[in-house]
Ligand binder design. Structure first.
Ligand SMILES: [Zn+2]
Ligand SMILES: [Zn+2]
Length: 142
């Protein structure tokens, strides 16, 4: 599956960084959703994931590989349910093809993410700096 490139703007990056800063709140919300489910077996498994995500958020156990792959804390540790179809799309900045084994494809290629200190997956600031303002914008193609 070939996906459209993301239209990258400073606003897009800022929104991603804000979302990531709220990861702790998102985990709480996730837990509330799970507790509302009637299926007890599902709940047990899912709550284990919640506990793991909380521990990861505070301990950042894969910090080195995470930074090498240009992933923000949230993208590294949040389990996501992505479609299984192998997908790719052009990097939002240089148009190099970025591939993934699922429909959850990165927004940026690794070199672009490294150059701009962004998460390759969501384009938020790699360190979660909410005060950051120097985000790149994609060149507008005519
Ligand atoms: Zn790129
Ligand atoms: Zn991210």
């Amino acid at each position: 599956m070939l996906l459209e490139p993301v239209v990258l703007s400073p606003e897009f990056c800022r929104a991603a960084t804000e979302r990531n800063a709220n990861f702790a709140l998102a985990i709480d919300e996730w837990e509330r959703d799970i507790n509302a489910r009637p299926d007890m077996r599902f709940r047990d498994y899912a709550l284990r994931d919640v506990a793991r995500a909380r521990a990861h958020l505070t301990e950042d156990p894969r910090r080195e590989t995470r930074l090498a792959r240009c992933r923000c804390v949230r993208c590294e540790y949040e389990s996501r349910l992505a479609g299984a179809a192998v997908s790719s799309r052009p990097c939002a900045l240089c148009a190099a093809m970025v591939g993934s084994g699922s429909t959850s494809v990165d927004v940026l290629c690794l070199p672009c993410a490294q150059e701009h200190e962004l998460c390759a997956h969501c384009a938020g600031d790699i360190q979660g700096r909410r005060e950051r303002t120097d985000y790149p914008a994609a060149a507008v193609a005519d």
